[in-house]
Write a protein that binds this ligand. Structure first.
Ligand SMILES: *Cc1c(COP(=O)(O)O)cnc(C)c1O
Length: 401
């Protein structure tokens, strides 16, 4: 870890990458490591108490998305849920068709699974997005062929925060008798998600994005939907996901789901107000700064901003020295130089994508934190712009244009 010159309160503004487990979540998990450590497949009382705990957690996760318990498959996280949804349906349905519709702004877990399926002979159509990162349901409808077996469109984008019209997409999928999957990792526990309202047949979620532990997630699979398992060798999860249950993590996920359901409404309001304060404050103080993503159809906690003529990476590092943790896109694109596929899909040029920052707020974000960012970030931007010989002439040009 980097050493800081002076003691300071660190400010975490990267909740879209991961969240800290809630203290009650940690507490709920603890006894399942030591006292109640039984294997859920065992017949004896140790197994029985573990099984019961898992079923209670399953009910809580199901309740959060208005599903039935038996429609929840616990996985190792969002990535596995996405893999299971896409490969599981592709393998099951390959006799009916080989065509999958997805979007140009999906998480890598969906995008790269589609690339893999393409190598196996499936045909993938990527529908585009507009400058706000919004998908037009008409484009999805137009892409449907008699070979289409699955439509997979994320609920809200992890980088720019745009919330998709998935209820409309779910409706048209249902009308065309095509299965609909949505990666709802960024929305479950943050905004209301109801699998029946959006007519999802499959939905991915992950505990560590909603103040649960890492390494556990779930795939919702609508009752009656056949899906091929990716893991074989056990009876767990109705033979749809073999392997001894990670009981503590599943219990923690259940607790996190229960807490999220209680706090969702209040929290989303609170975060929207803090987030708007942040965006407005920056726009007031800094020239040539733009919001990426949709102004209103966006996650309550997401602020993704483009700061022209400054490298995102330079801002990230300068903020980190001030103890403020943000991201320049999704965590996975932070370490390579290719611009994020999401930012290029909304029409940004590579240099504009590289000037973009994602600040994502969460449960522990305070007014003071936002005040500190509004104090520090404009100074950093001014300093970095002053250091760049290009800035002055290009800013002048732009102001005159
Ligand atoms: C974080 C994330 C994932 C991956 O979930 P993991 O549990 O980290 O594997 C998938 N999709 C989206 C939209 C995400 O934000």
């Amino acid at each position: 870890m980097r050493k800081y010159a002076r003691k300071m309160k660190r400010i975490y503004l990267d909740y879209a990458a991961t969240t800290p487990a809630h203290p009650e979540v940690v507490k709920a998990m603890q006894s399942y490591y030591s006292n109640a450590f039984g294997n859920s497949s065992s017949i004896h009382s140790y197994g029985q108490e573990t099984r019961e705990a898992i079923e209670i957690a399953r009910k809580k996760v199901a309740a959060l998305i208005n599903a039935r318990s038996e429609e929840i498959i616990f996985t190792s996280g969002g990535t596995e849920a996405d893999n299971l949804a896409l490969k599981g349906i592709a393998y099951t349905s390959k006799d009916r068709g080989n065509h999958i519709i997805t979007s140009s702004i999906e998480h890598h877990a969906v995008m790269e699974t589609c690339d893999f399926l393409k190598e196996q002979g499936f045909r993938i159509t990527c529908v585009p997005v507009d400058k706000y990162g919004l998908i037009n349901p008409e484009d999805v409808k137009k892409a449907i062929t008699d070979k289409t077996i699955l439509i997979s469109i994320m609920h809200a984008n992890n980088e720019v925060g745009t919330i998709q019209p998935i209820a409309e997409i779910g409706k048209l999928a249902r009308e065309a008798d095509i299965l609909f999957h949505t990666d709802a990792v960024q929305t479950v526990g943050h905004i209301p998600v109801d699998v029946n309202e959006i007519r999802a047949d499959l939905l991915s979620t992950s505990a560590h994005k909603l103040y649960g532990p890492k390494g556990v997630g779930a795939l919702y699979v609508r009752k009656g939907t056949k899906i091929t398992s990716l893991l074989h060798g056990g009876e767990q999860e109705n033979r749809r996901r073999a392997g001894t249950h990670n009981t503590p993590a599943i219990v923690g996920f259940g607790k996190a789901a229960e807490l999220a359901q209680k706090e969702l409404q209040h929290e989303s309001k609170h975060l929207t107000s803090l987030r708007n304060k942040l965006i407005n404050g920056l726009q007031k103080q800094v020239e040539h700064i733009y919001l990426n993503g949709h102004p209103t159809k966006r996650l309550p906690n997401n602020a993704n901003i483009r700061v022209d003529f400054v490298e995102g990476e330079a801002m990230l590092l300068s903020l980190d020295l001030e103890g403020i943790a943000i991201s320049t896109g999704s965590a996975c694109s932070s370490s390579n130089l290719k611009p994020s596929h999401i930012l290029t899909a909304i029409g940004l040029q590579p240099d504009q994508a590289h000037s973009s920052l994602r600040l994502s707020l969460g449960r522990e974000t305070t007014e003071e934190d936002i005040g500190r960012v509004l104090e520090v970030l404009p100074q950093i931007i001014a300093r970095l712009r002053a250091m760049s010989p290009l800035t002055k002439s290009s800013m002048q040009e732009k102001t005159n244009a």
